[in-house]
Design a protein around this ligand. Structure first.
Ligand code: PSU
Ligand code: MN
Length: 303
């Protein structure tokens, strides 16, 4: 059998060897989700936040045909500055590895790589989901299917508010993915704390979330969990402020015929411009908040 080209950074290898808590982090948020240099500053700050909370960060990307779990400073820097980096989801991973390529991993691809590296907890900003207008475009993120089949607990501030959140929750329910709100009953909406939709489940204790992760395995169920952690109140942008801007960005994407992998990066960039950078500030705050919670869940899981 072809061996999997997977390498752990020294820090991650050591944590694994002693069973210490590890938190996976994705790289598409760096290459496609935020502009330079805030993307690099955020990637570093998120890693530091995980360390401060007592866990080891493992930022995941594919470099020259090898999956890396844990990136050194040079790799992080070059990914953050590179233009035209491939955005790798489940469909792209094997081809990229087989051809010696380089690419950033989405939530779906990061979950796959984390699972292969033996990492059970992953923090990001917001997962992909069902896009507005999906009844015509059929644009549904591969992140949802991945949550149904790969056993990683993903901490996110809900799904991005550019999405059709009711449909996203319906698909997650159909796929049997537990969606667990933390500290409130409502499903959060990325830059805003409340989507106006109830979350199917609520758990306020990281240890309970870790127990539920183990219990799924005990049941023999594949797949992970979506932990929906609301953005801190001080950093949120009210949903009512964003709604007309999201509609504007959405209309612009349709007018320009943006499709496929480009949709999410286009909408995020457009909202950044329409809010004079406010969405970026909120995005950074919510990722840091998710990193802290993920470290606590990973710590509970390691005990
Ligand atoms: N979280 C963020 N910003 C991002 C993403 C997540 O705060 O840019 C990325 C993740 O990699 C996620 C992807 O998997 O957006 C979703 O892309 P798509 O809708 O094309 O599946
Ligand atoms: Mn898509």
């Amino acid at each position: 059998m072809t061996p999997l080209p997977l390498t752990l950074s020294p820090e991650v290898a050591e944590a694994k060897a002693c069973g210490a808590p590890i938190v996976a982090l994705e790289s598409t948020i760096i290459t496609h989700g935020m502009p330079y240099p805030q993307n690099l500053e955020t990637a570093r700050a998120v890693e530091d936040e995980v360390r401060r909370a007592g866990a080891t960060p493992a930022t995941i990307a594919v470099l020259d045909g090898v999956i890396h779990a844990g990136l050194d400073a040079d790799a992080l820097q070059s990914l953050a500055q590179a233009k035209g980096v491939a955005k790798l989801s489940r469909a792209d991973l094997a081809a990229c590895l087989a051809t010696g390529g380089t690419g950033a991993t989405t939530v779906a691809a990061t979950m796959i790589c984390a699972a292969r590296a033996g990492i059970a907890v992953f923090a990001t900003g917001g997962i992909g989901g069902v896009h507005k207008g999906a009844e015509d475009s059929f644009d549904i993120s591969a992140d949802l299917q991945e949550l149904a089949q790969t056993p990683v607990t993903v901490v996110a501030a809900g799904a991005k508010a550019i999405l059709d959140l009711p449909k996203t929750l319906e698909v997650l329910e159909t796929l049997g993915v537990p969606v667990i709100a933390v500290g409130q009953d409502a499903f959060p909406a990325f830059w805003s704390r409340d989507s106006g939709l109830p979350a199917p489940l609520r758990m306020d204790d990281p240890a309970a979330i870790a127990r539920a992760h183990r219990m799924r395995a005990a049941l023999g169920l594949p797949g992970g969990q979506l932990v929906a952690n609301p953005i801190p109140a001080a950093d949120e942008i009210p949903a009512a402020t964003l709604a007309p801007l999201i509609a504007k960005a959405q209309a612009e994407a349709e007018a320009r015929g943006i499709a496929g992998k480009s949709v999410t990066p286009f909408l995020l960039q457009h909202l950044f411009e329409l809010t004079d950078g406010r969405t970026l500030g909120a995005n950074i705050a919510l990722v840091l908040n998710n990193a802290r919670l993920a470290a606590r869940i990973a710590t509970a899981l390691a005990q």
